[in-house]
Design a protein around this ligand. Sequence first.
Ligand SMILES: C[S@@+](CC[C@H](N)C(=O)[O-])C[C@H]1O[C@@H](n2cnc3c(N)ncnc32)[C@H](O)[C@@H]1O
Length: 352
Amino acid sequence: MIRQNEQICLFILSGEHDTLPQAELCAILESENFSYTVKNREKRILVMEVDPEGARRATKRAGLVNQASVVAFESASEEDAILHSLRRIDFSLWVHPGSRFGVKVTRIKREPVEFNVDELQGKIGSVIWQALEGQVEISLTSPDVLFLGVINGNRFFFGPQLATRDRKVFSKRRSPLRPFFVPSAIHPKIARVLVNLSRAKPCSEFFDPFCGTGGLLLEAAEIGCIPVGFDIDISMLAGSQQNLSHYEVQFYGCLADAREPPIRNGIVKAIAMDPPYGRSSSTRGTTISKLIQASLASFAPILKPGGFLCLALPLEYFRENMIPSESFIIREMHTMRIHRSLRRHIVVLERK
Ligand SMILES: C[S@@+](CC[C@H](N)C(=O)[O-])C[C@H]1O[C@@H](n2cnc3c(N)ncnc32)[C@H](O)[C@@H]1O
């Protein structure tokens, strides 16, 4: 674990799910060897002691983390308290003479505050500018350092922003925009979360034994993994190949049954899978339970001890006895509503 420069950092999590954003963030930090301690979690706000470099990388990599910043101070959400705390901060730690800084204040809860947020933003900018004796410029459009003020009910957090998620990246890779599309393809943001929960590491192989149109493989490649996919259906495998080539990703694919994967034992560290469940993709004559049970049994010897397998399937098909308990520890379970008649269950298993 990297434990060089831990500081208090604040994350604004996506409001799309209660448990997945924090789970995804922690999984990425684990996979990138950053130690962390969760200090506080309140709805979309998570405060953690972590190396800011880990916080930055995790936010860039995550599907469900909106932004990260260092906490220079935390105070009551009152103008006097905020300006008082602000005057005690040494801003030269972050803003160097001749550079540009900006200030953005954002509100998480919609409760009213007793000050004007835009005016407060201006006052904060003046305090910082004065503290740095006017040797810096204020820029809202292209600052070298953006200071982020976050109002969360009666608490205010302030510090330099480390990273923000580009909201458009996933929509650019939406399955209907790819050359090969079938309705069973998973949304890129969810695919990214599954890959991250599998603790996949950049420059290491990531396996998807039911690769379909290659949705998980594309996200794994985006974070720097080597994507390896199997599918029992040659047309799906060819479709994956087509999609990955479209995004200029090298594809390592194989026509294979997930119940008999052609891989040596003990070499895989990260697997995520979105098996068929007979609605828009076929289980080919077997039942979902049997298919998952047999696949998990066949992947157990292949996964290295300490390796992870992330499984997504409709809630109604999940049974705890599908999981070979002699081989896996259940590390996490999350349930996600997809639409009125589909709730997806996400299970994260660690190889014993
Ligand atoms: C739900 S789809 C996967 C969708 C994929 N995540 C995507 O983004 O396109 C399930 C895939 O599993 C494949 N499949 C079904 N039975 C299989 C088996 N026994 N071994 C490997 N693949 C199988 C199907 O051909 C299908 O492509």
